[in-house]
Design a protein around this ligand. Structure first.
Ligand code: C2E
Ligand code: CA
Ligand code: CA
Length: 590
């Protein structure tokens, strides 16, 4: 680290002084230690001069009370950035001390060799000086607490996060921008890390917010120890960032993950770390942070701490997300999005009993964009309800076209997300559209994914209730994909369970998956709920499901999702999949 060099004689004089004081420099948005006195080393129980400088560079507030860090860090910043004088009182406990000591620090800006970014700070251990004088200690504590409250409130709105004492997002980005320049000067490759705990919400629910805060505070300390005081920041909640250089990064992360296991008496969560390295492409720090976050969010499934680099695949996905976000309005206006319809057939007769409407986005420049590429983007942006409202209108138009062609209507499933109900009066809107078109409610089935259970079970319950009161049928989609427990069966009054495709995928793999399907179907039969199996691709799947008593089936064996014209043609040519299958077989034999 480049730092101001005090003339040798002066530095030696400082080093031997028994008065506890330090000289600091403020450069590149960082406070750097220039010289320390022997008195300083003694006061803070530091063994050697070099070690002390290193420790301070790494984490200036290592031994300060966590509740005081944000306040003093903010005071320090104000002093070095603009102030002439400085006075702070805080609690400090070195590894050799049993209790916290009250430290009083007094500082002045000094002007030396034409530089005005140097500071001298004197330290006093008030606890020691006042030993035996109880009333003075109490007075001191009183003024300390008053000051703490007054300044603590101010610190909150400033540069430091008051829970962890780490720089907040705005300040961190400034520090990282400066740090990056320095790394380039030293021929090092800068990297930005974005960190997020997995399942923080569950941790808070289980252990309470106070325990959650303790974990975050302890983690803040670990980040300071690992990367240095001013090289890590807290963005919000359990989201943290750090900047460093790529040299030995893997080893640094391995140590971080190992140390994390010991934090908070081992009561911790797995950490996901996304990394953006400037070698991918030099970008402004804020963009690098966004990209590190994308990498961090890209692998959520793992139960172990891990890291992921931002790479070209994620870059392509990001471009796709941006395209979706920027062109969604235009896509609706120009009808680039439209429903495809996938038939759902009766297991026994092969007749089409229902259809599922699935959105397809056909871009004039990018071709077909799959729902998994645009639905999550719209959901994150709070725009999915617009798509679903658009879908209902187009589904109704398709029903009208069917009627004109003399085709009998069947209920069409509409996929809805819980967020739809937060964004608009979805049920009322669907009712109005149907009423205007003169179509009965029985022709629309609502599908809600099982993931909704993990998001907001109360809202889900009221949504089902509301649709039922209005006379709609509600199906549970993707049953068995994530959160399922058999309690759902009696706790939520769905009319039908759609078995997730995973069930069928596993069918060929072992006997247990056959038993699971059999059990689930048996249970639903007993309470009078119907079942649809999704992803039926082979005749063996179909036969097995028929024998189990699964009422309906959906999958490529019968048909892929079809555009309206193909769906109409399908109805006009073959109304029954069993007879269609038979016809095919007869042709082969002829
Ligand atoms: P989903 O509701 O579970 O839809 C079933 C998905 O499985 C569809 O994918 C369908 O094309 C696919 N599929 C059907 N049969 C088979 C098969 O035999 N084999 C295989 N491999 N796949 C099959 P798609 O159309 O890509 O939709 C993905 C998801 O996007 C849907 O999952 C649904 O959650 C969501 N989605 C689609 N359209 C809409 C919409 O209009 N609104 C909302 N909110 N979500 C939608
Ligand atoms: Ca569905
Ligand atoms: Ca599904």
């Amino acid at each position: 680290m480049n730092r101001f060099r005090l003339p040798d004689m002066l530095k030696e004089a400082v080093k031997v002084s028994p008065v506890p004081f330090a000289i600091y420099e403020f450069a590149e948005q960082k406070v750097k230690t220039v010289a320390l006195s022997k008195g300083f080393l003694d006061l803070f129980c530091l063994k050697s001069y070099e070690e002390a400088v290193q420790l301070l560079d790494r984490d200036m507030y290592r031994d300060a009370h966590p509740d005081d860090v944000a306040r003093i860090a903010d005071l320090d910043y104000k002093f070095v950035a603009n102030g002439e004088e400085y006075s702070a009182v805080y609690r400090n406990k070195t590894s050799e001390q049993k209790d916290y000591h009250i430290i009083h620090a007094d500082g002045r800006r000094i002007h030396l060799q034409g530089k005005d970014n140097l500071f001298v700070v004197w330290y006093m251990d008030e606890t020691q000086d006042m030993a035996g004088d109880k009333s003075r200690v109490e007075k001191m504590m009183h003024s300390y607490i008053t000051e703490n409250i007054k300044i603590g409130v101010m610190a909150r709105q400033n540069r430091y996060d008051d829970l962890t004492g780490l720089p907040n997002m705005t300040y961190f980005l400034q520090l990282a921008e400066e740090g990056k320049k320095q790394y380039y000067l030293e021929n090092k490759e800068p990297v930005i890390l974005y960190m997020d705990f997995s399942n923080m919400k569950i941790f808070n629910d289980r252990h309470g917010f106070t325990a959650g805060d303790t974990l975050l505070r302890e983690f803040g300390k670990l980040l300071r120890r690992t990367f240095g005081t001013e090289q890590a920041g807290r963005f919000s909640g359990d989201h943290f960032a750090a900047f460093t250089d790529s040299f030995m990064l893997k080893a640094q992360l391995d140590t971080l993950f190992d140390e994390l296991k010991k934090v908070n008496h081992g009561n911790v969560l797995p950490l996901r770390v996304g990394i953006y390295a400037d070698s991918f492409e030099p970008v402004p720090t804020a963009t690098a942070c966004d990209r590190a976050k994308i990498a961090c969010d890209s692998e959520r499934g793992s139960f172990r701490s891990h890291h992921v680099y931002y790479n070209s695949k994620l870059h392509e996905q990001t471009a796709q997300r941006e395209y979706v976000f920027n062109h969604f309005k235009e896509a609706l206006k120009k009808d680039w999005i439209r429903p495809y319809f996938q038939p759902i057939v009766d297991s026994k007769t092969g007749e089409i009993t229902d259809e599922e409407a699935l959105a397809r986005w056909i871009s004039p420049t990018r071709g077909m964009i799959r729902p998994d590429q645009f639905i999550p983007v719209l959901e994150d942006a709070g725009l999915l309800y617009k798509l679903d409202l658009y879908m209902i209108q187009h589904i109704i138009e398709a029903m009208q076209a069917k009627r004109e062609a003399g085709i009998k209507l069947v209920p069409v499933s509409l996929n809805l997300s819980l967020n739809d109900f937060r964004s608009c009066q979805m049920r009322e809107k669907i009712e109005t559209c149907l009423k205007e078109a003169g179509i009965d409610k029985k022709y629309i089935t609502i599908e809600i994914t099982e993931r909704a259970l993990g998001q907001d079970p109360e809202l889900l319950r009221s949504v089902i209730d509301d649709f039922h009161k209005a006379g709609f049928t509600v199906w549970l989609d993707d049953f068995g994909s994530e959160y399922s427990s058999l309690n759902i069966v009696d706790e939520y009054p769905f009319e039908l369970f759609k078995l997730d495709m995973k069930f069928i995928r596993r069918l060929g793999q072992n006997k247990i998956s056959r038993y699971v399907i059999e059990c689930v179907i048996e249970l639903t039969k007993k309470i009078g709920i119907e079942t649809v199996a999704e992803g039926v691709e082979t005749e063996e799947h179909a036969e097995f499901l028929r024998q189990c008593g699964c009422t309906k089936q959906q999958g490529y064996l019968y048909s892929k999702p079809l555009p309206l014209a193909d769906l109409l043609a399908l109805y006009q040519n073959k109304m029954n999949y069993k007879s269609a299958q038979k016809e095919k077989e007869e042709c082969v034999h002829d």
